[in-house]
Ligand binder design. Structure first.
Ligand code: 0X9
Ligand code: ZN
Length: 426
């Protein structure tokens, strides 16, 4: 357990950078910060990076894959000379993937203007489109619009509220057939992974407004879809800190946020999660301490028809199945792997991206308290997956908006494949 766990536990950089950002007039600036991709020659090189993270010089964007040799780190401008020197001394090669992160953030969502969106509102009755990333209000308004426009097909249920009082809105899309199995989809549990809510709303768009184009399977299951699990964090990533990950829980100690994907109640608090409130992978005071995760628990447990649970994240392009808490697999892992491989094939045909398939702890890194492990281990949902959407690290979390549609097509192909799998269970 983990070097991965140790590394993550050391993370303090982002928390430190962002404390109180909501109170600041200006959002956190990443001017001059660089994203570096390191090629680690040996495990000892890895401990140098651990040291840098510990000293607060760098932020780990993605941990190293199990057996992988590459690591993505974000370096603040003042720390660049020291970090470059240390990497040189240890003969660690690296590429500068993003030379100025602030520049990348400013480019990311620049295609559609507010006035274009107002035109859309007048024309369509909502502002949603998939050339740009949208604020929470647009997303929620779109769900309400669908419920009003297609009352026989769609309804919106608020399953709880975030800590900050924002509604957790689930869209139900009915099946054409009686007594159908159901599928849960969610996005936006990690605030900064903007491609996730964008892709989940695209799936919603296809399942409703383009319903007829998508054959029998998607019309023969019931869908429950929560596009933004972490609305407080999501809004903060738009207004305060683009790279915010957790929710906005005040933990005392001057640090904010619980990692909602460490707060679910199956093997809570184990490997790859932290008890330290300032860490990026802080698991919370206890399992389901957060209203966002506890609302999902209540909903999923009371809907026994749910046979699949898919959480969309970014980045890295993986289809992951349980377990995440440790390097074991459930007894029916061949079923999970088979459907996972079909998802990968469908995704490659739909959008062109190639996705790796495997169990979380073995393929990526160990991380306990995830939604997928809970769905499988506690809620008894047969098919539980985490899908890490694009990209492989060129832009990371700051994926330019022109990639929304190809990525979302992949996300939809994954959902369609899961629908087929669930229907085959009957
Ligand atoms: O660490 C996570 O929560 C996920 N990766 S991310 O970069 N989007 O943060 C992976 C979660 C995989 N599932 C479990 N470990 N249960
Ligand atoms: Zn994530």
């Amino acid at each position: 357990m983990a070097r991965a766990a140790v590394l993550w536990v050391c993370l303090g950089f982002l928390a430190g950078l962002s404390v109180g950002a909501e109170d600041q007039e200006l959002p956190v600036s990443y001017r001059g910060a660089q994203l570096l991709r390191l090629n680690l020659p040996s495990p000892s090189a890895h401990s140098l990076v651990e040291g840098l993270v510990d000293e607060g010089e760098v932020q780990l964007w993605r941990d190293r894959e199990v057996n992988g040799t590459e690591l993505d780190i974000l370096v603040k401008p003042d720390a660049l000379p020291v970090v470059q020197e240390r990497l040189k001394n240890e003969s660690i090669e690296y590429d500068v993937v993003i030379a100025d992160l602030q520049e990348a953030i400013e480019q990311e969502n620049s295609l559609v203007s507010e006035s274009d969106l107002d035109v859309l509102m007048g024309r369509n009755g909502h502002r949603m489109e998939w050339q740009s990333y949208h604020r929470l209000q647009d997303i929620h308004h779109y769900l309400d619009f669908l419920a009003q426009t297609y009352p026989n097909l769609c309804s919106v249920q608020t399953i709880g509220s975030s800590l900050g009082g924002r509604p957790l809105k689930v869209l139900r899309i009915a099946s054409d057939k009686p007594n159908s199995p159901a599928i849960w989809l969610d996005g936006g549990i990690h605030a900064r992974e903007w491609i996730s809510p964008a892709s989940v709303t695209y799936i919603i768009n296809q399942l409703t407004e383009y319903r007829e184009q998508h054959g029998d399977a998607v019309q023969s299951v019931e869908w429950y879809i929560l596009p933004v699990v972490n609305p407080d964090g999501y809004e903060h990533s738009h207004t305060g800190d683009r790279l915010w990950r957790k929710n906005r829980r005040s933990n005392g100690q001057g640090c904010l946020g619980v990692d909602l994907n460490r707060n679910f109640g199956y093997k809570w608090g184990g490997a790859g999660s932290s008890r330290r409130p300032c860490d990026e992978i802080y698991a919370g005071a206890h399992a389901f301490s957060e209203p966002e995760t506890s609302a999902i628990q209540g909903f999923v447990k009371s809907h026994q028809a749910i046979k699949a649970y898919v959480s969309y994240h970014s980045y890295g392009q993986y289809i992951l199945y349980p377990w995440g808490y440790a390097s074991y697999v459930p007894p029916d892992h061949t079923d999970l792997s088979k459907v996972g491989n079909k998802m990968a094939q469908a995704m490659a045909s739909a959008g062109g991206g190639s996705y790796r398939v495997g169990s979380s702890a073995i393929t990526l890194y160990p991380a306990s308290g995830g939604s997928d492990d809970w769905a499988k281990g506690s809620a008894g949902v047969k098919y539980a997956y985490t899908v890490e959407l694009r990209d492989r690290g060129r832009y990371g979390f700051v994926l330019p908006a022109q990639y929304i549609v190809p990525t979302a097509k992949e996300a939809f192909a994954a959902a369609r494949t899961v629908a087929e799998a669930v229907l085959a269970l009957k």
